[in-house]
Each structure stands twice: as structure tokens, then as C-alpha cells.
Design a protein around this ligand. Sequence first.
Ligand code: CP3
Length: 327
Amino acid sequence: MRQAGRYLPEYRSIRKKYSLSELFHHPELAAQITEFPVQRFGLDAAILFSDILMIAEILGLTVHFPEEGGPYVEPQLNASSTWQLFPVEKKLDYVFKTIQILRSHLRVPLIGFCGGPFTVATYLAKKGKNVKNWLYEEPKSFHHLLQTLTDASIEYLRLQIESGVQAIQIFDSWANILTYPQFLEFSLPYLRQIVNALRPTNIPMILFCRGAVNLIEELVSLQSHAISFDWQQELCFLRKKMPRSMAIQGNFDPELLHAPHAVIRREVEDRLNTMRGDPGFIVNLGHGVLPDTPVENVQLFVETVKNFTSLHEEEANRESLLDCHPT
Ligand code: CP3
């Protein structure tokens, strides 16, 4: 999930000098920020410092990240919009350069990513006349936008892989605003196209949808390598609904990192105990680190996980029965 950001003092100090958009467009700086959390906490992997919205640039749109309020694009799109298509390789070359810089010396695996087409579309639609109006009133043109974003995302991920990322994560963060039939129509088929197109590359693919706890069967059917969950359900319970060949990622509540240290330690140990011996478990938060999180709490979280895993290493190397022991 998002691991750089405003909770990190070194990030805040670089943000005093540059806007977010400048940082995303500057390969040396973006590479440096990608490494901040890894250097500070000794994490097992780095996630590229970029944003799911940069892909809007290939439609000739400008992405804005205002200091207050969420990001948006200009011009905003609606059912009668037309757009140009610029080559991904040229428009997003700064992303590929960032990846190349990182791979020249980074000592942990680098995770690339893109947004789910539906989630990206929610940010491209005209504010006020939002994405749901579009989807209800003009589903055909909305599908056309989703297909454009899907084709672009496949190309974008291919180029990220060629540049050196070692795993990819697809963030369909807003899938949970859809009704179930809408999810089947406007989100799932496009995720399927992306996963199918990239399968021949053998790159490990992680899927994240907010609300995935209610969509396990559907997401499992996409046959990615891993599914990442938010915090609404016990992982060991979700685990039973997934094939053993798939990894499971998640799902600590980001708000836990505001809790007293003893609570963080206890919660982490309790939850890890329920997943003990699972060889396909990737510890993570259920969503990004919140901006006002005390940095020492993130440190404590990581240390507690590392202490726990080294204590139970031997066990983790054995195949276990994946028993669920909710505490
Ligand atoms: O370690 C990392 O930070 C990884 C890079 C990363 C960012 N965005 C940088 C970023 C990743 C993986 C994302 C994904 C992203 N961006 C998602 C999907 C995951 C999720 O969080 O649901 C979404 C929906 C976005 C869109 C987006 N970008 C929003 C809604 C915001 C503003 C809200 C906020 O948290 O401030 C952004 C800005 C953004 N992208 C920041 C970062 C670190 C905030 C940094 C800042 O304000 O200085």
C-alpha cells in the first residue's frame, strides 16, 4: 500500500521544496522517495513513488494534486468528451526512468502499479456530474473510457516490467462504490483483461479492491498471484476461501498505528498468530499509511512483525494446515 507520504519527516522536508506533481515527474527525486520507507524501516519491498492518476496524461489530461481536497484532472471528462491518445512510452517516460534508477541499486524487490480502470475513471469524470451519473445515463461511452484505460494500463504495466519492476499491484480502490451487478459489468472484466494480458510475463500480480472481502470468489476467478484485503474481515477466515496457490496480503487497520504501543504489539501478535505457518501471507496494512501517523508507531509495527516472524521462522518454512484460530 502507500508507504511513503506525509507521516515521514524526510518526505515532508522534500515536499516543502517541491509540489507533489513535481516530485512525481522528477525521476531522481521519485527514486529517492521510493527508498525512504525501505531505508528507515527495513521493509521487504519498495513500492514505486508515483500515482495511479499519472496515466491520465496519456489522454492529454493534466493531473492536479491540490493541497486541500482530492486530486482531479483537467479537462474533466463526460459522456460526450473525446480524447487524444499519446504514446505511453513517451508520456510516462519519467516513470520508466525512475524504475531504471531504482533497479540500478535497490536491494529489495520493486513493486510497480496501476489503478483499476474503474477507479481511475472516477477521477477523470466531471465533478458534480460524477461517475455514477455517467455510468447510469451513458453506459456505452463509459465502457469506451474503461476500455481505453484498460489498453493503456496493459501497455503501461508492460513498460514498467521492461524497465525492471519485479511485481505489480492493481489498485481498484473505489470498486466498493459499485453495486454488485455494476462491479461485474464495470470493474471485474477490465481487471480480468489486465491480468490475462500480463500473465505470459510471469510477473507476480497483486489485486487490491476496497470491499474485496465481499468479492472473493470473483477476484479469485481472475487468477492473479495474490489478493490484498482491507480490514473488514479476519484474514484466516478469508484465507479459507482462497486456493493455496494464491498469496494473501493485508490487512491491518491503518488506524491501529495511532494506538498505544502495547495495543499495537498485542494486535499485531494476535493477528499474526491466526496466520502462523501460512507460506503465502504478505503482512501489510489494509490501506495506505495515514498522513498523521506517528513514525515511531510504524517502526514498532514493522519490528513486531519481524520479531514474530524470526521467532516462528522454522514453523513458517513447514507447510501447515492453515487452521483458523481467531483470537
Ligand atoms: O509509497 C507510496 O507512497 C507509493 C506511491 C503511491 C501514491 N499513490 C503516492 C501518493 C501509490 C501506490 C498511490 C496509489 C493511489 N493514488 C491510489 C490507490 C491506493 C489507495 O490509496 O486507495 C489512489 C486512489 C490514488 C489517488 C490519490 N493520490 C489520492 C486520493 C490522493 C490524495 C489523498 C491523500 O492521501 O493525500 C493522492 C495523493 C498522493 N499520492 C500522496 C501520495 C504519497 C499524498 C502525498 C502528499 O500529499 O504529499
